[in-house]
Design a protein around this ligand. Structure first.
Ligand SMILES: CC(=O)[C@@H](O)[C@H](O)COP(=O)(O)O
Ligand SMILES: NCC(=O)COP(=O)(O)O
Length: 242
């Protein structure tokens, strides 16, 4: 069974927008696990605009499923991950000012850097994954770094699939086949959603895990709206009766 790791960045975005602690990231993450998710993913960014480094420490205490921390391995990030020892670290080459992740690693150019830091995480028993485009040359190079897994960067697939171009899956399928041949596990993420997840999963052999945040939280809002509006209407109608 393919694992679903829920990215809770957007819960932290909502919390931070009011400066308080509502919604509480730890409580929501705990509930997400109770509702059946197989893991919690966070992607703290250097400006801590959503997930704060402290959230990572707080979450470590309650995550009973798989804890996946994503990010660019700058020294502050490295120190935090090595201290927390999550189940998995996913290395993402984000620019500091990136709105969201917008590229996978150039594993050819950064091969020796990746090798070095992956070795550090391995010493601590942390599973390592490299965020990567569906490109066979880059996947071959990824296999030489010692990484346990790759995370296929799925934005291009999601965009094309939304436009009706189902052939956009092909490079991902080929990448997954090669990755498995090279002994790499396969994760995937970015812009996966209720619309595209089944088709994606059906066409990616050996897929171990998907991490989903933006669409999943948005869909949860939509699917919950009717229910919550009716709950408010009920409360207001009760108050009017008094
Ligand atoms: C690596 C990846 O695709 C996700 O972590 C995504 O970038 C979420 O980050 P934001 O929530 O900051 O957009
Ligand atoms: N690794 C991808 C992730 O955690 C969530 O990406 P998105 O669903 O927010 O695009």
């Amino acid at each position: 069974m393919i694992k679903l790791s829920v990215n809770v960045n957007k819960i932290a975005t909502l919390r931070n927008s009011r400066g308080g602690d509502f919604p509480n990231v730890v409580k929501v993450s705990s509930d997400i696990q109770d509702f059946g998710a197989d893991g919690i993913t966070i992607h703290p960014r250097p400006d801590e605009r959503h997930i704060r480094y402290q959230d990572a420490y707080d979450l470590k205490k309650i995550v009973t499923t798989e804890f996946n921390i994503e990010g660019n391995p700058i020294s502050k990030f490295m120190e935090m991950v090595l201290e927390i020892c999550p189940t998995q670290v996913t290395l993402v080459p984000d620019a500091v000012d990136a709105v969201t992740s917008n590229a996978g690693w150039d594993t050819i150019k950064h091969q020796s850097f990746l090798k070095e830091i992956i070795a550090e995480f391995k010493l601590k028993g942390i599973r390592t994954s490299i965020f990567i485009d569906a490109n066979l040359n880059l996947i071959e190079a990824a296999a030489t770094t010692g990484a346990d897994r790759i995370e296929l960067y799925t934005e291009e697939f999601a965009t094309q699939y939304g436009l009706g171009n189902k052939k956009a899956i092909q490079p991902y399928t080929k990448s997954a086949i090669l990755a498995a041949e090279l002994g790499l596990g396969i994760n995937a993420g970015h812009d996966l959603s209720l619309d595209n997840i089944q088709f994606f999963a059906e066409n990616i052999p050996n897929l171990s895990e998907v991490s989903i945040g933006h669409a999943l939280i948005t869909e949860s809002l939509y699917l919950g709206l009717e229910n919550v509006i009716n709950m408010y209407k009920y409360k207001l109608s009760m108050a009017s009766k008094q």
